[in-house]
Design a binder for this molecule. Sequence first.
Ligand SMILES: [Zn+2]
Length: 96
Amino acid sequence: METKKLSESLLQILVCPRDREPLERRGSFLVCPCGHDYPIVEEVPVFLLEDKEQTIAIAKESLTVARQFVQGTPPEDRFFTSTLGINAAEKKSGAR
Ligand SMILES: [Zn+2]
């Protein structure tokens, strides 16, 4: 599967969600001048904030998997289904 590269034009308009500072790519992260970092998973930046109360149940799992992914631990399946909030039976049947 080919992954498109995060474009320079998109990078120029993205800002840190905490302080609205510009972001710079450093390896598998977008980083702001204040040191906040956001993992990039398959060229998709993940802007979930671990220090904020999450409003959807899957956000914490999504952020955990994203951080593990950029640290070299891929998810159990390549479609990141653990971040979808469905159980094993639902995955197998395709029903919710
Ligand atoms: Zn920041």
